[in-house]
Design a binder for this molecule. Structure first.
Ligand code: HEC
Length: 125
């Protein structure tokens, strides 16, 4: 009986890990797409790099997961990244201007797609 329960638990853990990996892969693809969403709007990679100190239009998202949880008190890193995507003008990164980042990703992307991008950015080390 215990063996059976352990086998079921191992299977469940594997399928969760697999789902997470798939979500991260989906987010990776979305993040690097030049065009995104229902209306093929401008993609993240047109304005953001993932390299330290290489900034284009927006800040480099290198090590964002480490920075994100300390930026706004009361918001976890995931919540901060989500807010940055769906409501970019709620908080403006120092040195940047408001109303530059595309502001309608919530209408363009599904919740699953937004969550996949967040999972991808959180997975970067
Ligand atoms: C047209 C250019 C542009 C596009 C496209 C864009 N961004 Fe941005 N983004 C910016 C600018 C400029 C800022 C800084 C100003 C601000 O805080 O809103 C920013 C800020 C951010 C931040 C906060 C970064 C930090 O250091 O705290 C995150 C996270 C982010 N963007 C994620 C995304 C994601 C994910 C996408 C694609 C779904 C995206 N951005 C698409 C220009 C863009």
């Amino acid at each position: 009986m215990i063996r059976l329960i352990s086998a079921i638990l191992v299977l469940l853990l594997c399928s969760c890990a697999n789902q997470k990996a798939q979500q991260i892969a989906q987010g990776d693809k979305l993040f690097h797409s030049v065009h995104l969403g229902k209306n093929n709007v401008i993609g993240c990679i047109s304005c953001h790099t993932l390299k330290p100190d290489v900034t284009t239009v927006g800040p480099s998202l290198y090590a964002l997961n480490l920075r994100a949880e300390h930026l706004i008190s009361g918001l976890t890193a995931e919540q901060y990244i989500k807010q940055s995507i769906i409501n970019p003008d709620a908080y403006i990164v120092s040195g940047y201007s408001p109303a530059v980042m595309f502001a309608h990703y919530q209408d363009e992307l599904s919740d699953d797609e937004i969550n996949a991008i967040i999972a991808y950015l959180m997975s970067l080390k």
